[in-house]
Design a protein around this ligand. Structure first.
Ligand SMILES: [Zn+2]
Length: 460
């Protein structure tokens, strides 16, 4: 009896091992096919070419955003999905107006600085503003100055991104309060304008825009805010050290309009076993207006479209419903993400998984995972499958701004984690254009996302 029992156990163990190694091999083969297909036959790079070069920037409420919606819907309709549709959402409309101007006069010399209005900023008076400048390194420093010193001045926020952070997003996160809250805080103390050092680790001549948030500051109390290039910030700071009476002139004519109708673009493959369980993959279709938003976030959109394209091409039939969502208005309102989350709640949709690519189209390195312990360990156990593709970061962390409002119980949220060293060279600046994105890097990102979708679908 004893022998028989041991043998039975051994056979069982053998079968289990075989099954495990077989499924391991199946997964290895599938990932190989996904990467191969992404690198040889995906349309994602040509989609990005069209978005960037035929359509151009896609600032919320612009004609480019509208064309981006039509184009991506049309392309999704060619993939043989079960459903492609638009989800209506009202978004802010803000326009930059004429090119901004900033200069100081030192003796007979006029020194110009490259600036750009921050998103949603108010304009300066028609003839511009001229005022003394106070340089500060932080909002805390501004507050210690107090209203008496700040009143009537232009506040110049000049804290650089800290180069010691290896993950540049951490440097950004610890610096961006100057851009997002600087105008509101300085305005409360009576400043007349704000100039913010661009969120860029590199020294160059490009100003980087991004949203400034006045929150509930009344319209007539809002002060204009602009970003200055990093070289400009260094030069202005140097001038201020030798000439404290320096007056800076700047002028911008940006304007806000009433909200306009726009859309999230959605396509899906129905799940064969659990159509009611939804897995989302997405990026944001809107962009800033200085470049054409190729890295931020045209790349994330075409990669997300490619996930469904690749799974279709490889004839994979998902158990759960797989849905691509191209969100509108991440940059200056997150109205698309918010709307998607609200509709999901109203329709009692069960989202088990959501992944966003919004960190640039650079070489993928891993995933930022926001989930419970069980799912974190499950996803981490697939690390060896990704090793051949140089994907090694499986870390807990923030997933994506647009998928944040999705609130299903036990949902797993993922942010694609590409190499971040060059992202802030382009982020929200005029050089965020098609040639900033490398074809292979973009495709490897799409394959990495499709692989995780496949694994999560299969084992859930
Ligand atoms: Zn983005």
């Amino acid at each position: 009896m004893q022998i028989k029992y041991t043998m039975k156990k051994a056979i069982l163990f053998f079968l289990l091992q075989t099954a495990l190694s077989f499924s391991q091999t199946t997964d290895e083969v599938m990932l190989k096919q996904i990467y191969k297909s992404a690198l040889t036959e995906s349309q994602c790079y040509s989609w990005l070419d069209d978005l960037s070069n035929k359509i151009g920037h896609r600032l919320s409420g612009s004609i480019g955003a509208e064309n981006g919606v039509l184009y991506t819907k049309q392309q999704l309709e060619t993939l043989g999905l079960d459903r492609v549709y638009l989800q209506e959402v009202m978004v802010p409309k803000w326009e930059r107006g004429a090119k901004e101007v900033a200069y100081v006069e030192v003796g007979k010399n006029k020194i110009n600085f490259p600036i750009c209005a921050l998103g949603l900023s108010v304009a300066t008076p028609k003839d511009g503003i001229s005022a003394s400048v106070i340089e500060v390194k932080s909002i805390e420093e501004l507050k210690t100055l107090g209203a008496e010193k700040v009143k009537g001045k232009i506040i110049f926020f000049n804290r650089p991104m800290n180069p010691e952070f290896i993950e540049t997003f951490h440097a950004y996160g610890s610096c961006v309060d100057q851009r997002s809250s600087g105008a509101r805080e300085a305005g409360e103390l009576g400043a007349v304008g704000v100039i913010v050092r661009s969120m860029n680790l590199r020294l160059d001549d490009l100003p980087h825009t991004g949203m400034t948030n006045y929150k509930d500051t009344p319209m007539d109390k809002r002060i204009p805010a602009a970003a200055i290039s990093t070289n400009g910030a260094e030069a202005l700071s140097k001038l201020l050290k030798t000439n404290t009476n320096l007056k800076l002139y700047f002028k911008q004519s940006c304007q806000s309009y009433p909200d306009v109708k726009s859309y999230n673009v959605i396509g899906e493959i129905k799940g064969s076993e659990h159509p009611e369980r939804i897995m989302v993959v997405g990026g944001h279709l809107d962009s800033w207006d200085l470049g054409d938003g190729s890295q931020d976030d045209g790349a994330g959109c075409v990669q997300s479209m490619a996930v469904l394209e690749l799974l279709k091409k490889l004839n994979y039939h998902p158990k759960n419903t797989i849905r691509v969502v191209l969100f509108m208005n991440e940059e200056n309102g997150v109205k698309g993400g918010t709307k998607y989350g609200e509709e999901a709640k109203i329709n009692k949709e069960n989202h088990i998984f959501a992944m966003e690519s919004d960190s640039g189209g650079f070489s993928p390195r891993g995933f930022s995972i926001d989930s419970d312990e069980l799912n974190f360990n499950k996803i981490s156990s697939w690390k060896n499958l990704f090793e051949p593709y140089l994907i090694h970061i499986f870390a807990k962390g923030h997933s994506g701004t647009d998928i944040e409002p999705i609130k299903s119980e036990n949902i797993v949220k993922i942010g694609l984690h590409p190499d971040s060293q060059r992202y802030f060279d382009y982020h929200h600046a005029a050089n965020d254009k098609f040639d900033a994105v490398n074809k292979r890097e973009l495709e490897l990102g799409a394959a990495t996302m499709a692989s995780l979708m496949y694994l999560f679908d299969k084992y859930n």
